[in-house]
Design a protein around this ligand. Structure first.
Ligand code: PSU
Ligand code: MN
Length: 331
């Protein structure tokens, strides 16, 4: 047992060194904020945060206030926040308050997923990074824990349209743990979970049960492969993925707290209406998710936005505690 533990810690230390080698603060159009590179180098807990949620997921000024609140929660839990985005062609890990402000106010920002990174960089454009692009940047900066609201998935009728979010293939190829409130029921949750299994992604529900959450509601009717009951169990799962050198990511699904799930039913109905509007209004591709989010917010008179903000706050708290537990285990 002792030997096993020693071997485990050796591998973990080697992983930290690998990370440190990649955590250069200045590279080709890749900037890591000094607060982030220092924390990574000292094996202190860091939490990566995405920015499409700021540019496309919420209206101004709620997007900016939420982004700042989330950073404050991460700090209060003892971790360093690293909000990731693209500013004038520079991939930034750890946006300054001014950069955050500019992205949040920007009138026609890009939505940057993996496929859009070369375009944004070569043209010097600015935009919010989706889960896929944020995972790439987080991994390169040496950050294994990333918090968001919801991830993309297989869209309904995705078996025909092949509209499957690049978030899912990224989870299959990049070793970062994504802490989210699961997958929205605007998507095909069953097929999303099947696709994640094919991609070799370990999906764990955070809490006492394996019920996989559906973003606005704590249950989707589907189950995760496993559950983790506390930050240290989650950290062990992440550490095992890194130690095994699997190269794949993890999805840690945190159910929305009961007290914020009250409007869940009304929101579900609004989502149904929004999904119908997508086809009748001919919305396709990358515009689908932002369109639905906005429509649902209108139809629920802002209740979906409130719930969205509440669950992100909760994810930030849980994700930070996981990052702290992981950093403790690694040192
Ligand atoms: N789900 C949300 N809010 C969001 C997104 C998803 O509830 O802001 C964003 C995330 O950045 C996610 C992206 O990575 O949408 C997925 O877009 P697509 O479905 O086009 O892959
Ligand atoms: Mn899509």
């Amino acid at each position: 047992m002792k030997d096993l533990k020693r071997a485990f810690q050796f591998i973990l230390r080697r992983d930290v060194r690998l990370y440190q080698n990649t955590a250069r603060s200045k590279d080709f159009h890749f900037n890591v904020h000094p607060s982030v590179s220092q924390a990574v180098a000292q094996n202190k807990p860091v939490v990566a945060l995405e920015s499409t949620i700021i540019t496309h997921g919420m209206p101004y000024p709620h997007n900016l206030s939420t982004a700042k609140e989330v950073e404050a929660i991460v700090r209060a839990e003892g971790a360093t926040p690293a909000t990731i985005g693209v500013v004038e062609g520079e991939i930034c890990v750890g946006l300054s308050s001014d950069e955050l402000d500019r992205l949040a106010r920007s009138k026609s920002p890009l939505k940057v997923s993996r496929r859009d990174l070369p375009y944004a960089v070569s043209k010097g454009l600015s935009g919010g990074t989706t889960v896929s692009a944020t995972m790439i940047a987080a991994h390169r900066a040496g950050i294994p824990v990333f918090v968001t609201g919801g991830i993309g998935g297989v869209h309904r009728d995705g078996q025909n349209s092949l509209d499957i979010s690049a978030d899912l293939t990224e989870l299959g190829r990049t070793p970062v743990a994504v802490v989210s409130a699961g997958v929205k029921s605007i998507l095909d949750i069953g097929r999303t979970l099947e696709f994640l299994e094919t991609q070799g992604v370990c999906v764990a529900t955070y809490g006492e049960s394996k019920d996989f959450p559906a973003f606005f509601t704590p249950n989707s009717g589907f189950t995760s492969a496993c559950n983790v009951r506390n930050p240290s169990e989650a950290a062990e799962l992440i550490a095992s993925t890194l130690s095994l050198g699997l190269e794949s990511g993890l999805l840690i699904a945190v159910p929305i707290p009961e007290e914020h799930a009250a409007a869940g039913h009304q929101i579900q109905e609004a989502m149904q209406a929004a999904v119908t509007a997508v086809s009748s209004e001919g919305i396709t591709g990358r515009d689908v998710t932002p369109f639905i989010l906005q429509k649902v917010n209108e139809l629920t008179q802002g209740k979906s936005l409130q719930a969205n903000i509440a669950l992100i706050h909760n994810n930030a708290k849980v994700g930070s505690q996981i990052a702290c537990a992981l950093s403790k285990q690694m040192s």
